[in-house]
Design a protein around this ligand. Sequence first.
Ligand SMILES: [Zn+2]
Length: 254
Amino acid sequence: MILTSGNGKKLLIDCGSDINKSLPELYQVSDIDAIYISHLHGDHMGGLEWFGFYNYFANNKRVINLYAHESIADRLWEALKVTMEVIHLSKKNIMSDYFNVIKVKDSFVFDDIDLKLIKVPHIHSLPKEDTVYSYGLFIRDIECIITSYITTDMSLWKDPKDVNSIGLLEYKRAMERANLVFHDGYPGTGVDVHPALSDLAKYGDEFKHKMLIYHCETSEKNEKMVKDLGFAGLMKKNTLLVFNNSGKVIITQG
Ligand SMILES: [Zn+2]
């Protein structure tokens, strides 16, 4: 997903392993001003190698900001160095040769947009310390007219007590405050790393009417299911959403 500021600056939210094919359909690498990584799965960060090499070799060693929660920022290079460290005869490259990593604690500002990180459980595990988290984004413009929330990847609580954990309270609050929610969802059952649409459908209409579902293959069948369950719609590739001054979506192209 690409977020464009009021001044035209572009933040790429997650950089999956298919970015070398998906980005060039609409943009060039040089159009992207910064990247945010929500968690360390390949479909969210696996394209950083291609992106970094592209800027290094084809864009005159252009270095852009890379935002990530502090708990995952250092681990990005652990994953990337395997292929990105040794590329010269006598000098080893380091992360800053490709990206200027900015470790985020709670929130950051990108041009005229405020982004607050919302920590959500993605893969539950026992012991609980091994649980994998993802950091979604609550997005608002400086004047707070446009508010939206992207969950990235999450799973719903298994234990009713978890509803009261800090992360899920923030999730609930973000769901309430956002005018538009981009929510991951899975059409079937038995997958614990994304919520089943049938579980999300238990949310009230005030939530469902502003929820656009993604991470769900786009097919007529899924599109119908999403609509029938009362959600706002299913996100399709290359959709452009434009907000007017009152925070309403005025143009959509798919
Ligand atoms: Zn994931």
